[in-house]
Design a protein around this ligand. Sequence first.
Ligand code: PLP
Length: 472
Amino acid sequence: MSRHAWQRSPEEFAAHLAQVTPWLIEQLQDDRQPWSPCAPGEILAKLPEQPPSSPEPLSTVLEDLQSIIEPGLVRWNAPGWFAWFPSNAHPDAILGDLLASATAQQGMLWASSPACTELETRMLEWLRIALGLPENFREGGSGGGVIQDTASSGVLACMVAARDRTTAGLATSKGGDACGGLIAYASEQSHSSVLKAAGICGIGRDNLRLIPTDEAYQLDTEALARTMEQDAQAGNRPCFCCATVGTTGCGAIDPVGRIADICGDHNCWLHVDAAWAGTAALVPEFRTALTAGSDRADSWSFNPHKWMGAAFDCSCLWLADRSHLIASMSIDPEYLSNSASRSGDVIDYRDWHVQLGRRFRALKLWVLLRCTGVDVLADMVRAHVGFAQQIENAVEGISELLLAAPRTLSLLCIRHTEGDDATQDLIDRINQSDRFAVTHCRLDGRLVMRVAVGTLAVDQETVDAFIAAIRT
Ligand SMILES: Cc1ncc(COP(=O)(O)O)c(C=O)c1O
């Protein structure tokens, strides 16, 4: 059969798959130096300025992948990756992603992909059950869940929905003045995406009140209650509050139940950001601390693409009452009109976030959850927490080091007793070790080394070597 140059025969595709497979496998057996040694511009300088006009063999592309691109990869899969948070690509999720790409689905509407839509509905429900999240997030009643690309997009979508709930839709229809007096709240330790969302959605960055935290870096609920009350007295409109379950800096868990009481007094939307720590709710003995009070939250999000291994990107968001989000996000141009949507019997996920087109992310969750299973993922989390405990015990035995905050799950914040310069020196030496990667944050203005245990490959030998490294 004759083919055009832009087409590939099944035999060619199969041969290409076989050609890339060794490289894929190599990525997962990753014990190379985690940080890239590249200097700025080094990769760019090796890439031709002009696009290729005629075909090149895949083998040539793979050679360049190895020689040009690979040095610029940061090894997030490496066993000694303790930087930021894990961003795990489990082999089962990689396969799911590959399968999803091959299906070329565009899941904006039920009609544009019934499978993408309905598998997503089921996956959100599986995960809701697996995390022990409350019934009111369940699809079927007024609630429901959706996959967003990132937690940042999720918090923006919820802030827009909250803004519209408070202004009875005027902010969307009229813009500008309708946002006057709207106030958002989050702790000083909340993720920067909350501040970004406040700027984008018209509430304004200056109208995000960053509430102080207590000695464990959890949002101070008395300060929140006082601030909201003062805002209400001054004629402002408390609109959106973000509670963080597992802050980015030190993993602090805000008291969601008490925050829900305060939000309830002011009809203020409560969003729970459990981007990293949410995965640990797979473990029954960790669950209560992570989900308490969430039955009174308006929205709750976590990133399976972080600790759970779902391969970036995949962020799950649940709503207690989906109608607000849908009211803010739905738009109905003629070219998308179809009988299934008109029937009201189907979900069109394009109405649940900013973008129209959407990837078939549910497929990688499906393959991951089926081939690995929830219990095994829970065991992984337990093991990682156990490794972090070992590092914590070791730090307690080193007189020059101390824990700058209580350990949360598998995240540790360590500093040197002699101050910031000594802590920076520790961070630099660890990062120059060729084996480990760590990042930093500041707590109470002091520099802290963050150690976030959680890659798929981390093992006892790596943890022992890390402990030996911080001892020396
Ligand atoms: C607590 C928290 N929320 C939100 C985010 C943002 O995540 P994303 O990259 O999915 O937007 C992060 C990222 O690390 C985070 O730690």
